[in-house]
Write a protein that binds this ligand. Structure first.
Ligand SMILES: CC(C)(COP(=O)(O)OP(=O)(O)OC[C@H]1O[C@@H](n2cnc3c(N)ncnc32)[C@H](O)[C@@H]1OP(=O)(O)O)[C@@H](O)C(=O)NCCC(=O)NCCS
Length: 305
């Protein structure tokens, strides 16, 4: 097949509905044409870099990055199924790198598509570890045999960002503001019996663009201190979510858990299922920062660094 003629250019607001349709088309599940653009792509346009590949009949792909100080997060790279494997993804990635000139700390979450890992590895982001998408629809098997002594308290977005940073992860205020503007988010501090913070978590109540389960409660990011009891934090957090009574019947609870994270065996034991797996790719083993500075302590978000 001849490579399609295309040009790569910076995206604009009027491209975002087409980007949303392309993003949905790569999911392998047929979904209705989107009525509205995904607000994440507007955030990428406003606070990062979004480039599109345009062919004779319209857009065929797009890519986006979120540079945050010294950290560079490749946020999206999606090509229409009809235009894949013809060099479009590579061209978009080259364009993002050319525009952003990222420093040494660059990272992304690669899908299971071998072309993604293949490109990212050769753009300096080495595969480091799997990140499992976990979900459950079962409330009765949560590990909540009783209260565990952790205290879960609500904080505001600013306090959350400070807490996360004290725990060794970083979340930029523009990304906190983005989540708060578009999603129903509760920011949580989890303390131990002595009152010390042992974890921080952002709980998102539903998401219109999680097409498989828009009512699902997503916990992302979730950061633990070194040595915190993953079982206690999971039990406390899941009990807190159930206590809110806000999870519709049948809606799942979702987390993105790196392979080496101590929550993985805890949540699998509790009945969570693995529904997908990404690969955390990062420029340096010591620079996985844009996704998870320490994959034994951070369960990342997949949309923001
Ligand atoms: C992954 C994706 C973005 C890549 O874009 P693309 O336009 O199809 O890819 P390109 O043709 O530019 O490049 C693919 C590269 O992978 C290589 N490749 C293909 N199959 C491969 C395999 N099985 N093993 C290793 N390398 C492989 C190709 O040789 C090519 O490398 P080259 O440029 O050095 O020749 C695109 O296929 C896509 O949208 N996939 C579905 C959605 C998705 O998973 N996106 C990634 C989100 S992280």
């Amino acid at each position: 097949m001849a490579a399609p003629a295309f040009v790569v250019r910076r995206g604009q607001a009027s491209d975002l509905l087409a980007c949303t349709a392309i993003w949905q088309s790569t999911d392998g599940v047929s979904s209705p044409a989107p009525a509205n653009p995904y607000f994440l792509f507007a955030h990428e346009l406003e606070t990062g870099t979004l480039v599109v590949a345009e062919g004779a009949d319209g857009l065929i792909g797009f890519g986006a990055s979120l540079p945050r100080l010294d950290r560079w997060f490749l946020a999206d790279l999606f090509i229409d199924p009809h235009g894949q494997s013809t060099g479009v993804g590579r061209s978009l990635l080259e364009s993002l790198v050319d525009i952003d000139r990222p420093g040494p700390s660059r990272a992304t979450l690669a899908s299971g598509d071998p072309r993604a890992v293949s490109l990212y590895t050769r753009f300096g982001m080495t595969p480091r570890c799997p990140v499992f998408y976990l979900t459950t629809r079962s409330a009765d098997r949560f590990p909540v045999p009783g209260r565990t002594g952790v205290a879960v308290t609500e904080v505001d977005g600013e306090q959350f960002a400070r807490l996360v940073s004290a725990l060794g992860h970083r979340i930029d205020p523009v990304d906190v503001a983005y989540l708060a503007a578009h999603l129903d988010v509760t920011w949580l501090r989890i303390g131990n019996r002595s009152g010390e913070a042992v974890a921080a978590a952002a709980v998102r109540w539903g998401h219109p663009f999680v097409l498989s389960d828009p009512d699902a409660v997503t916990i992302a990011p979730l950061v633990l201190t070194q040595g915190a009891s993953a079982a206690d934090v999971a039990a406390g957090l899941l009990a807190w979510i159930e206590d809110q009574g806000r999870r519709p019947a049948g809606a799942g609870v979702r987390l993105f858990v790196p392979g080496p994270h101590p929550l993985l065996p805890v949540l699998l034991d509790a009945g969570f299922a693995i529904v997908d797996v990404d690969t955390l790719c990062a420029s340096d083993a010591a620079h996985t920062g844009p996704v998870a500075p320490d994959p034994t302590r951070t369960c990342p978000a997949t949309d923001i660094p």
